[in-house]
Design a binder for this molecule. Structure first.
Ligand SMILES: Cc1cc2nc3c(=O)[nH]c(=O)nc-3n(C[C@H](O)[C@H](O)[C@H](O)COP(=O)(O)O)c2cc1C
Length: 235
């Protein structure tokens, strides 16, 4: 942000109002002039184990009935405090819905009601194409929206954050990987995110449904198709 003003000898003379409070000046000061205590370095992070975590991650939609302790949720959400935000705008909010009873009341039941109204003359089913079966299930009260998750996390960033939706998705991604490391499972819920305007929740930028997996995985995720292009020579 070009917020550090120095004199000709390079000595810091003032901080300008463009400072975004990222504290890099202190963290990376070559002479540690802020006298900050050293952080514990992450020598303990085993890159192979980290990669295993990414590879083992799969969406979980069958949750055991085991409840999630409050202390587990606190630990799960710790990465949010270390998640980057554009221009260091910060301000991420995570709304926590804990217990399936509340998940059902806040998210699933209103959607069942809506689908039943919209489909009262089977019109929705008629035009739903491949989703016809899903509409029927929801009408019948089968929760294929939250899959009876015992916890739902709604991530949002203030609208004024220039990179708000990205900020929230990055935080949610960090949490989703920690969930895997903690023996929890989750899936991203685009349906709840899109349906938010008709639900009694604040519009989130990302939604994770979380719980203990009911079943053990037999197979890790096959590598997905993606593209790497070396564009360094394109000038
Ligand atoms: C942004 C986003 C939204 C998603 N929305 C839903 C959803 O509403 N319901 C659902 O069951 N799965 C949802 N998923 C999960 C994907 O279907 C899943 O990631 C994909 O099938 C690949 O499976 P995997 O996560 O096990 O690798 C969503 C995933 C992403 C990234």
């Amino acid at each position: 942000m070009d917020s550090i003003e120095t004199d000709l000898s390079g000595r810091v003379v003032s901080f300008l109002s463009t400072c975004i409070g990222c504290a890099h000046c202190g963290s990376y000061c070559p002479s540690n002039c802020y006298d900050l205590p050293g952080i514990k370095h992450s020598d303990s992070v085993d890159t192979r184990k980290l990669q295993d975590l990414y590879e083992n991650r799969r969406s979980v939609r069958s949750f055991s009935e085991k409840e999630i302790d409050e202390s587990v949720i606190s630990s799960l959400l710790e990465p949010v405090g270390f998640s980057p935000t554009g221009r260091n705008a910060q301000g991420i909010t995570v709304d926590v819905i804990l217990g399936y009873e509340s998940v059902e009341k806040l998210l699933f039941r209103p959607l069942v009601k809506l689908v039943r109204v919209l489909d009262s003359f089977r019109l929705l089913s008629l035009f739903a194409g491949k989703a016809r079966g899903a509409v029927k299930k929801i009408r019948n009260g089968e929760d294929i929206i939250t899959w009876k998750a015992p916890c739902v996390l709604l991530f949002r960033a203030p609208r004024k954050n220039v990179t708000g939706s990205m900020d929230a998705v990055i935080a949610a991604t960090m949490v989703s990987i920690k969930a895997e490391a903690m023996g929890l499972g989750c899936f991203w819920n685009g349906v709840v995110q899109m349906a938010a305007p008709v639900l009694p929740i604040s519009k989130p930028n990302a939604v994770l449904c979380i719980g203990y997996p009911a079943f053990k995985k037999h197979q890790h995720v096959p590598a997905r198709e993606w593209t790497r292009r070396d564009i360094s020579q394109i000038v």
